[in-house]
Design a protein around this ligand. Structure first.
Ligand code: ADP
Length: 201
């Protein structure tokens, strides 16, 4: 079994910036957001279940998922959200497990904005929180996505409070400065993860 590191952090905290650096060091990264999109691609069993459960309106003419319509629907109805998550979460989890198993590098990373919220932390051996204050999160995420602060704030509200994540994470990196400052903090952690990983083979 390989050593698996879980990386989490709120929207705009710098998870991608961190995983890009780990990738530059030869570490394979499985991204839960990407997996979440893959499992509802055309032809995937989870998409068929969503169609069977909610109706044909969930599909666009070309057979792809109508994300916007579904998002609006679950936004109105917490039960619908739960029903949807009962379909998608097991499919996402299964695919994450498979991709982590297939990954070939000294250790592997699972990055997920909802690592603790969706119990994906059970799939990893150790966790690293990329941490920033809300002010920086709002600024960086709105610059990146062109969304306004109110929309970003809404997303932040659906995520676990920062203080709780700080309690749960094994390691914390504060990403409140330049990228070089982030990389400088990641380097000693990477070296310790490499050492740790050796015990796993
Ligand atoms: P996340 O993946 O957690 O949502 P990102 O890594 O995409 O966050 O970071 C959000 C935005 O902020 C991106 O445009 C990224 O390039 C930028 N960013 C992240 N960390 C820093 C930093 N230390 N200095 C400047 N910009 C940063």
């Amino acid at each position: 079994m390989r050593f698996i590191l879980g990386i989490t952090g709120g929207i705009g905290s710098g998870k991608s910036a961190a995983t890009q650096w780990f990738e530059s060091q030869g570490i394979r990264v499985v991204d839960a957001d990407i997996v979440a999109r893959e499992v509802v691609e055309r032809g995937q069993p989870a998409l068929k279940s969503i169609q069977d459960t909610f109706g044909d309106w969930v599909l666009l003419e070309d057979g792809n998922l109508n994300r916007r319509a579904l998002r609006e629907h679950i936004f109105q109805s917490p039960e619908a959200r739960q029903t949807l998550e009962k379909i998608t979460h097991p499919a996402i989890r299964q695919s994450i497990i498979q991709q982590l198993q297939n990954a070939q590098s000294p250790y592997v990373i699972l990055v997920s904005p909802l690592l603790f919220e969706t119990n994906q932390h059970e799939l990893v051996h150790h966790t690293l929180l990329i941490d920033t204050d809300e002010h920086i999160q709002l600024q960086r995420a709105s610059q990146r996505d062109g969304q306004n602060a109110a929309e970003i704030r809404k997303i932040i509200e659906t995520q676990m409070p920062r203080a709780q994540k700080q309690q749960l994470a094994n390691d914390i990196v504060l990403n409140d400065g330049l990228l070089e400052h982030l990389h400088k903090q990641l380097k000693p952690l990477h070296l310790s993860y490499l050492q740790h990983a050796e015990q796993f083979f």
